[in-house]
Design a protein around this ligand. Sequence first.
Ligand code: UT7
Length: 355
Amino acid sequence: MELWGDGATKAWSIGFTFHDQEVPVVATDTIRLVSTGMWTPSRVLTNADLERMVDTTSDWIVERTGIHERRIADDDIGVVDMGCNAAHEALAEAGLDPSGVDAIIVSTATPDRLLPATACDIQARLGANQAVAFDLWGACSGWLYALNVARGLILSGQIENALCVATEKMSAITDWTDRATCVLFGDAAGAAVVQRSDREGRGILASYMRSDGSLAELLHRPPSSAQPIPIDIAEIAHRNGFIRMAGREVFKNAVRSMCEAVDAVLEQAGISKDDVDLLVPHQANIRIIEATAKYANIGMDRVWVNVDRYGNTSSATIPVGLHEARQVGRIRDGSLVLMVTFGAGLTWAGALLRW
Ligand code: UT7
């Protein structure tokens, strides 16, 4: 078998000669998702349950957020367990043995421990002994950031494939006495295997990533390693590690930044809003999703929504949404999928994918 190719052009071809026949394999200038996977805990926390925990009503939660229930992982389940479950499904669909994975990039805001990276723990558990493994802190935007980092590593020729995982145990950093935040979040993990696309015009057609650290205080989680370790009980309680959010301000920024991401990726790809088959947005609040869809002129019948069932699972919302949409045939071969997200940082991102 003789390999041949031309790396000089942007969209180049490699192929092989088999029994004197040239067999071309198109190696494009982008990556594609080979497979997806997801995992959610079986334990359901309903709005009725929350009515018994804090001063709220199911009507308020549904009207302001669209959330009916969310999934909560058991105490003995961590993000490594969750991420591995999603990864196993993605690897199985890709037909990829863990030893063949080149990179594991993990997005999580809720690591089981701060050292080492969650990705390294997932690597060890999977037996992906040839991979480089690292975490990426992009909050809710983390999985789209991971996808774009994988794209860069693959297209620069450093790796051939990557496992991009988002695994979030938001219940562990939620203050269950704060009605303003505890109704919003849930636990989930999603994953995808990516590699260089072998079909022209298929895969990630455009990507966009932005951040604005000057707005970090709107959505953050103490403590900080810049502060000395607290020795006082009151101080420990003050730095309890729970998420804190200025909801209304985050809401406004969310709509603005997701709309910006919509425009950016469509313009980059030179594709019209009308051509989008499915919008898979970050799932934080149905009103934010509806406002983004309206801006993008995409009817809600072309929007993937699962915030009603899972709440906000941070960076896991998009890979979980992709996986579910594929399972029910809403994403098929050739579907044009627009993904947009935003989160703490503030961060925001978008990607356009031709499946
Ligand atoms: O992934 C990114 C993370 N975050 C987000 O995307 C969240 C973005 N923000 C939001 O989704 C919305 O701002 C919330 C759902 C968090 C809040 O909705 P809102 O319409 O902006 O309500 P609000 O914060 O302006 O509060 C309205 C009222 C307040 O009472 P007063 O001051 O008007 O008397 C709150 O105290 O609703 C009250 N409230 C509640 N009432 C019943 C706040 N939380 C609750 C609750 N149940 N759970």
